[in-house]
Write a protein of this length. Sequence first.
Length: 212
Amino acid sequence: MKQLGFQIEHCRSNCPKSARQWNALLETLTTNLSNLNINEALETKFNPVLHHHLPKICLAGCPNGCSHPDIKDFSISGYVTPLITEVPCSGCDACVRYCLEKAITLDPMKIIIDNARCLSCGNCTSVCPTGTLARGESGWNLRIGGRVGRHPRFATFAGQVLTDKEVVAWIYETILDYLNNGQPQERLTHYIERKNSVLESRTSCSLVNPLT
Ligand code: SF4
Ligand code: SF4
Ligand code: SF4
């Protein structure tokens, strides 16, 4: 069987907590990355190509990250921001109780959301009985550079995008860049780290998207 040269994991399909469905993204991503012939390109860097050499991608439908996306090269998790509509609030308190971040206060028949605390998980929008809270903007949080092993690290924030197409382009171009410019024996995670540290030394910024 042909080796794909990459690995994609995901969380539970059709989970009711999902802020964003990932099924279509999974399919498009797999098709596009298969066309890159990653395994053949990796064979020019490593002999043999082992599991830890493969780029790892992980999808999660919401910020809960049950599939552990933040220890993978590419972390993609869905978000949906709560939208306060014109519909009067009944003061039922459900959204306050369901918000794990304690980001909502009731004052007394209107709600206030602390955006600094809100993780855009969408829990509050699914329990609001009146429609005062609705689903607002929905998209994907992107993080990069996570790994386990001798020197584990969490993926760092690389941006937010609205469409599946943007996620696919980001991953495709990053892997292509690595295949073309990574050194022999250099894993993707170390290429990202090296590129990031070069950018950090140029900008003195500790939270740099290594790919911009
Ligand atoms: S990450 Fe979110 S959507 Fe996915 S299984 Fe966990 S709770 Fe459900
Ligand atoms: S989206 Fe999630 S974190 Fe944000 S206010 Fe609603 S329940 Fe809280
Ligand atoms: S769940 Fe809806 S109706 Fe109830 S307090 Fe929150 S915003 Fe108001």
